[in-house]
Each structure stands twice: as structure tokens, then as C-alpha cells.
Design a binder for this molecule. Structure first.
Ligand code: ZN
Length: 344
């Protein structure tokens, strides 16, 4: 069995965006009760998360924006945008979310853990350097990628399979070849970014790889797209660390997304990133929860994903018999990215 560290904390349950909001504490409560009732919690290393330092947050965010979030500490409600608001605990929860993810990564780097998975709230990938949006305040995966660069790494890949485009992460590293940002996302869809016209700029040109896809794709479709597009990019980039923005809102009954990914599909994506990490970067792999709004589904998906990471299961990656429905997607992506990467 692999040694898997997970990050969870009571503070993550205290942040709310207000009543009747899909990004609610029940999301993590559902995962927590599954961990207890399944006995999985006994097979995992439960990490004791620490808060991020101010400098760690400032590696991805502006000081002015950081102070704006900090000023909401203890304030009942502050609306950052129409669907993103803080309460008295949001600042503390976001600091511990980033810090917890970082401490799990340090343990993977030191070989104390094989892989890690952090379950913070609020989530992170929509947070821009200078503003909150899309339920996100501090961009945990961006803080993590910056942390790895500060440790001397110069090829970190972020794989974002949340159904929404990770606009914040993309923009923070848009001109930086040391962080390759790959995102598969429903398009057009919130937040509107992530088209094939966005491929990085300056020294970072070609190091943003967007895979905008139509709705209703199934498990095998995602696997096929990963095999055809992501695998050659990983092979050529040779990442030293794989970070995953693991949203679960491409789930087939998610109330926000419109994909057809099953629990097994997420286990297959997990198997894919494990295989890639084992093959190209000595198993250096850490995942962080982003979206996912079907409360029961979050528990059942997380169960299979953790069992995959622990290697209690070894799920076979299924490929479609027919992928004609994907041809126009593949042609578009290859048309843009063949300039930067070699595809077979
Ligand atoms: Zn999402």
C-alpha cells in the first residue's frame, strides 16, 4: 500500500459564501464522514496543516489583494463578486488551505509520503493574483507551484481537470516556462477563458496548454484526449513535479457541470497522473480539491480516488472504441500546439 497524506481541517468547514450556495461546508463534511465510515481514514496519513506564511501567499498574489482578504478576518460578510463572499473565517481558512497543501508537498519531496491530496475550502484555481472570483480567494495550486520553484525546481506541471478553466493559475504563470499549465474544461463555460488562442506569452509561450471541450464527454473520451495531447507534452516537458487541480464537477450528476464522468472515470484520471508521475518524476504527485458540487458524489468519487492512490485498487484506463466526436477538438488543439510540441 502506498503512503498517502491528506490535508483536512475544521477551519475549512467554517468558511461560507452565505446560505444556499453550492460551495458549502457540506461538501467536505460528506468527504469526512465517508473517510470515517469506510475506515479509509486509518489507511491514510492525516497531516496537521499549518498556515501559509505571508511571503508564500505573495508568491502568487499582490500585497494589496492579500491585505484586502486579510481585512475581512472577523467581518461577518464581505462580497468580493456576485458569487464569492467571505465570512469571519475565510482568511484563516484560505491561509491554512494553502499552507496545508504546501506541507503535504514538502513531505512528498522528502519521501515521507508517496503522494498527497489536500481538501481545502475555499478552493483556489479561479483566484487571480489581484482578485477573488469563482468561490476562490487564494490560489492554492499556484502558491504550491511557486513554492516548488523556490525549492529549486524549474519544471512543474499543473494538470487542471476541474470542469471550469483555471483562469487564475493560467494567468499567474502565463509568461513563465517553469510552470506548464494544462487544463481540460467545458467550453464555452464559466469563467469564459481557456480558448485555444491562449497559449502563454513571452518566455511562457507554448507552456499554457488549453483543451476546451464540448459538454457530455465520457470517461473514455477524457482518457483518449489525455493520451493524445497530454502524454506527448509531459514526455517532452519532463516535469519534476505534477500538481493536480482536482475538481470533481465534471461528475455526471454535478448540479453545475455538464460532463458525464463517473467515479471510475476520476479513478482512471488518478491512475493516469500516478503513472505519469512514476514514469517522469519519481512519483512526485500532489492533488488539491477544487470544485465539485454534488455532495454525495464528492464522497463516492473521493473514496475511489484515494483507494487508487493507496493502490487498494488499480483501475484500468479505458479508451473509446470510436472517437469521431472528438476529432474536431483534437484537430483544433493540434493546430495550435503543434508549433510548440511534437504529437504523433
Ligand atoms: Zn469548477
Amino acid at each position: 500500500m502506498k503512503k498517502i497524506g491528506i490535508v483536512k481541517d475544521e477551519l475549512f468547514l467554517k468558511h461560507t459564501n452565505g446560505p444556499q450556495h453550492p460551495e458549502c461546508p457540506e461538501r467536505l463534511e460528506s468527504i469526512n464522514s465517508m473517510l470515517d465510515s469506510s475506515g479509509l481514514i486509518k489507511k491514510l496519513d492525516l497531516l496537521d496543516p499549518v498556515d501559509a506564511t505571508v511571503d508564500q501567499i505573495l508568491s502568487a498574489h499582490t500585497e494589496q489583494y492579500f491585505n484586502k482578504v486579510k481585512d475581512t478576518k472577523g467581518v461577518d460578510v464581505y462580497n468580493f463578486d456576485p458569487d464569492t463572499s467571505s465570512n469571519a473565517y475565510t482568511y484563516d481558512a484560505a491561509m491554512r488551505g494553502s499552507g496545508g497543501f504546501l506541507s503535504s508537498i514538502d513531505k512528498v519531496l522528502n519521501d515521507e509520503l508517496d503522494y498527497s491530496f489536500a481538501f481545502p475550502r475555499p478552493p483556489g484555481h479561479h483566484a487571480e493574483a489581484d482578485r477573488a472570483m469563482g468561490f476562490c480567494f487564494f490560489n492554492h495550486v499556484a502558491v504550491a507551484a511557486s513554492h516548488l520553484l523556490s525549492k529549486g525546481l524549474d519544471r512543474v506541471i499543473v494538470i487542471d481537470w476541474d470542469i471550469h478553466h483555471g483562469n487564475g493559475t493560467q494567468h499567474i504563470f502565463y509568461d513563465n516556462p517553469n510552470v506548464l499549465f494544462f487544463s481540460i474544461h467545458q467550453f464555452p463555460f464559466y469563467p469564459g477563458t481557456g480558448s485555444l488562442d491562449e497559449f502563454g506569452k513571452g518566455e511562457g509561450e507554448g507552456y499554457t496548454v488549453n483543451l476546451p471541450v464540448p459538454p457530455m464527454l465520457a470517461d473514455a473520451d477524457y482518457n483518449k484526449l489525455f493520451e493524445l495531447i497530454l502524454t506527448p507534452v509531459i514526455e517532452q516537458y519532463k516535469p519534476q513535479y505534477i500538481l493536480v487541480s482536482a475538481g470533481f464537477d465534471a461528475y455526471f450528476v454535478d448540479p453545475i457541470g455538464n460532463m458525464q464522468i463517473t467515479e471510475s472515470g476520476f479513478a482512471q484520471l488518478t491512475r493516469y497522473v500516478m503513472n505519469a508521475a512514476d514514469k517522469y518524476c519519481e512519483g512526485k504527485l500532489s492533488l488539491v480539491l477544487e470544485g465539485g458540487y454534488n455532495v454525495m458524489g464528492l464522497a463516492s468519487i473521493t473514496k475511489l480516488v484515494l483507494e487508487e492512490l493507496l493502490e487498494i485498487n488499480t483501475t484500468e484506463i479505458l479508451l473509446p472504441e470510436d472517437f469521431r466526436n472528438l476529432e474536431f477538438v483534437i484537430e483544433g488543439v493540434l493546430g495550435t500546439y503543434s508549433k510548440y510540441w511534437k504529437f504523433d
